[in-house]
Each structure stands twice: as C-alpha cells, then as structure tokens.
Design a protein around this ligand. Structure first.
Ligand code: MV4
Length: 501
C-alpha cells in the first residue's frame, strides 16, 4: 500500500479521499488554490501545498504545478478525484512518467472511452448493447441523411469528442438532417476542437441507469449494481439512488455482466461507471466514465463497501479480494446533491460567506461535504457544497429519512437547492419511482417560486414566532435558514405538503 498520496482536487471529494487515506494509515498531501485557502479539506490532510491562483487553469487543471507539488512532497501516488484532471489521458500519462502511480485507469483506457465512436465500436465488439446507429463519424450531410433513414426517426446527432450533452441535436424530419449535421459539426469544432459527428436513434424520455465497476491489475472486474440517476437538470444530476426502482435482480445480473464485459474490453483498472439508457425493459450503452463518480456513496451504502479504499488497494497492486456472488445490495440508499444555486431563479449560482451550518444526523444519515462556516463560496468552481446521503431498509423509508434529514440541514449565507429536494421527496411520481431524464421538465410546479399569497402567510408566521421569542426573552435560532431556505416554520404549519407516509 502507498505511504503518502497527493489529492489533486478540492472540496468534498478531496475530503472523501483524505478520509479513506486516514483510515488506511496513508499520509495525505492536499493542494489548494488561493481561492480555497480556508476550506475544510485542508485541515484534514497532513500537508497542503498552494498550487496557484483561483482560476482552475492556473491551479487544479495545471498539470506541471500538480506534478511539481507531488515531487516536492515526496508522494507515491496521485488521486485525481472527479472533474478537473480525472479523465484526462495526458494527466494519467504524466503521473506515470513522473514515476508515480495514478489512482485510476490506464491512459489508453481513458483515451478509448473519450472517443464516443471508438467506445461504441469496442462495446459492439464486446457484445454490449448499444443504441442503434453508426459507430464511425459521418463524412457528409448526405451520409447523415442516408443513415438517418436506415436508423429511423427521430435521430440524435452527437459529437464524437463530446459527452455530457454538448453538441447534441435531435432531428425529427429528413429535411432537417443536413442543416443539423452542419450545426452539430460547427458546435463540436468550437467546443472540442474536433468536428466529428455521429448519429444514433433518439430515445424519448428514457431512464439513466448506470453500473459501478472496479478492476484490479490482474484482469479481474467486478460490478456493484446500478444507480438510478434520472433526476437531472442540464446533465447535472440532482438525486441518485440505489437500487433503481425498476431493476430486478435478473436485469441487474444482465446489466452487470454487460458492464463487466465493457470494462474488460478496455483493460479496465480502478473504479469506473458504465452508463446506460433504460427504456421499456431494454438497456443500451451510452458512455463509460473512467473515474470515481459524485454519486458513488449510494453504491457504498447498499453494498457495504468503501469504493475509495478499493481504488487505493487495486492501484497499489492488491488483487480484488471479493466474489461477485457475495455482492448483493441491501436496503435502499438515496443522495441529494446540495448546491449553491437558487432552483426557483433558474438555478442561478449563489455566492457568499457561509455563516451557519447545521448538519443532520441520526441513523442512516451521511453528510459528505467540503464547506465550513466562514468559508467564502465563490463562482470559480462547481457549485456542489456537499451531498446528503441516507440509507434505510426500503425505498419508502429512505424517502422519509431523506425528508427528515433535509429538514435538519441548514446552510445560511448562500441560496441552496435544499427546498427543491424537499419538494421532490414529496412529489407523487417520485414517490412511485416513476422517473425519466425528463422528470423536471415534466414537473414544472417543483421549480415555481412561492406565490405572493404564500409568501405573505409565511412572513406572518415568522413575525409571530419572532414576537413570541422576544416576549420570552429567548434568543431562538430560526429552525432553518429563514426566507431563502424553505419556509420551515410555514411547513411545520402545514406547507407545502403534510403527509409523512
Ligand atoms: C441520448 C439520449 C437519447 N437517445 N442518446 C446526454 C448526455 C450524453 N452523454 C448522452 N445524452 C443522451 N443521449 C440517445 N440515443 C438522451 C441523452 C440525454 C441524457 C442522458 C443521460 C442523462 C441525462 C440526459 C439528459 C438529456 C439527454
């Protein structure tokens, strides 16, 4: 096992990796930008190195500075976390060339999965179901027209260098294909410096279900079941859960075997995720993410495994000491991503100084967060403040537990999406498990701000409570963050939904 590791990331994922290292007796070196000098993850590391100014290109994305920080602190390995450099083949390569271990897949694997047409070719060869369509880039608008007719409308044009939704175009009529092809190619060129575009059958309102995999240096690959990640906005996931409400043990075994074949086809090392679209009982390979993912905790909770510990063990050369047959999910886990965005103002990013945090606790509640009171939340980086994760025996009890924990959680100083999560937990289709990637578009009422009448009623309740507390000469903390945070006093008085069953 390693004796000292550099964590090339920030915030909650840096803390997650440092915690795993602390349990394993591995020393940690954190890196930080000048914008991050007083955050929580730094305090938990054994050493910390400033790698540059706030802009990510000059700090967390700067390969020479990170390698230099690793060299002066004498580490054995670098863990990239997720985002930033986690899926850059050249970083994995540079770490190796510096004589260090990259905690993640080999450069060739990252490269192969980064090219979406090559990924489709490899998956097809490995017998993994792919969405019907082409597996090489389209040469011309004319070819796009011919192929679209064969594949059948509607079709989706995608950038070969893409992923995460950039440069996609839905086409419903043959007359539109040529123009859409030109537009998609231009967009792909601008976004990725590569104008290659390919085409697939467009699936309407599928679910996003993904399988967690882990590979060791001896060619063994295991899967850890699925996560249901359908609830998202603009490709940013909001709520994830495991298991999926629609995946039976038989389907889990079939999807898991497909994901293991996918990983084996690219000589997979470390933690990875095979994404599928799921519709009408069928599943189709979408992409493979060659990293640990934000939502990995829901898998950890139901499988009772520490995925970061496993990453570190396989990276250091240990074999995976588990059998697929013994990996069976227990209970139900759910995660809400807590971001500094105002869901009722178009998810407008919110900046400010965090002046108060009250964290939830109790049975089956986990908080993976990277912020502390006093921390300045800026606009340099991703808005993720932390993740609230619960584990309970059934999906119904997990939803009740999440509602309870969301009510306990208070973050003041920035707007957050906590009130939206509270509404989702109460929403009928969510409760039934009736989900798709269209969920938020299908439920616009969840994003509506409060009616004026409701605001006035809430304000009068708050005023009455304040008057009461003054009368008793008590200094009461509001139960949640006040007006911006879900009108908790009102909710206790019966808004917006009562039921707890
Ligand atoms: C699709 C699709 C429907 N049909 N492919 C979006 C991100 C990119 N990685 C692939 N994406 C999609 N590919 C076919 N053939 C719908 C999406 C999609 C999506 C997929 C997963 C999670 C959220 C999504 C949101 C919008 C569109």
């Amino acid at each position: 096992m390693f004796s000292r590791i550099l964590v090339a990331n920030r915030g909650e994922v840096a803390l997650r990796v440092i915690r795993a290292c602390n349990e394993l007796g591995i020393e940690t070196v954190a890196v930080y930008s000048q914008a991050d000098s007083n955050t929580k993850y730094l305090e938990c590391a054994d050493d910390a190195v400033c790698i540059g100014p706030g802009p990510a290109s000059e700090s967390y994305l700067n390969v020479p500075r990170i390698i230099a920080a690793a060299e002066i602190t004498n580490v054995d390995a670098i863990h990239p976390g997720y985002g930033f450099l986690a899926e850059r083949a050249h970083f994995s390569q540079a770490v190796q060339e510096a004589g260090l271990v990259f905690v993640g897949p080999r450069p060739d694997t990252i490269q192969a999965m980064g090219d979406k047409t090559e990924a489709r070719r490899r998956m097809e060869a490995a017998g993994v179901p792919i969405v019907p369509g082409v597996t090489t880039a389209l040469e011309s608008p004319g070819e796009a027209e011919r192929v679209a007719l064969e594949v059948g409308y509607p079709v989706l044009l995608k950038a070969a260098a893409g992923g995460g939704g950039k440069g996609m175009r839905v086409v419903r009529e043959p007359e539109e294909v040529a123009r859409a092809f030109e537009a998609a190619a231009r967009e792909a060129q601008a976004a990725f410096g590569d104008d290659s575009v390919y085409l697939e059958r467009y699936l309407d309102a599928p679910r996003h279900v993904e399988i967690q995999v882990m590979g060791d240096r001896f060619g063994k690959v295991l899967h850890f079941g699925e996560r249901e990640c359908s609830i998202q906005r603009r490709h940013q996931k909001l709520v994830e859960e495991a298991p999926s409400p629609v995946i039976t043990p038989e389907l889990r075994a079939r999807m898991g075997e497909a994901a293991v074949r996918a990983a084996e086809a690219v000589d997979y090392l470390g933690a990875g995720t095979v994404e599928f679209l799921f519709k009408d009982g069928e599943f189709f390979f979408l992409e493979m993410n060659t990293r640990l993912q934000v939502e990995h905790p829901v898998t950890e909770m139901v499988y009772g495994q520490d995925l970061v510990e496993l990453q570190l063990r396989v990276a250091s050369g240990e074999p995976l000491d588990l059998d697929q047959d013994t990996l069976v999910p227990a209970g139900h886990a759910m995660e809400c991503r807590i971001t500094s965005e105002d869901p009722f103002q178009g998810f407008f990013p919110s900046a400010g100084r965090i002046d108060y945090i009250r964290l939830p606790g109790g049975p089956g509640v986990r908080w993976d967060g990277g912020v502390l009171p006093g921390v300045e939340v800026g606009l340099h980086y991703d808005p993720l403040l932390g993740k609230l994760i619960v584990h309970a025996p059934t999906r119904e009890s997990a939803i009740r537990r999440m509602s309870r924990a969301l009510e306990e959680l208070v973050i003041r100083g920035v707007e957050t999406c906590i009130p939206l999560h509270q509404r989702i937990m109460m929403e009928r289709d969510f409760r039934k498990g009736d989900l798709s990637i269209q969920y938020l578009e299908d439920h616009p009422e969840l994003l509506e701000g409060m009616e004026e009448e409701e605001v006035l009623r809430a304000a009068s309740v708050v005023a009455a409570l304040l008057e009461e507390s003054e009368k008793d000469n008590l200094k009461l903390e509001p139960a949640t963050g006040g007006m911006g945070q879900g009108f908790s006093h009102w909710k206790r008085a019966g808004w917006p939904f009562r039921g707890r069953g």
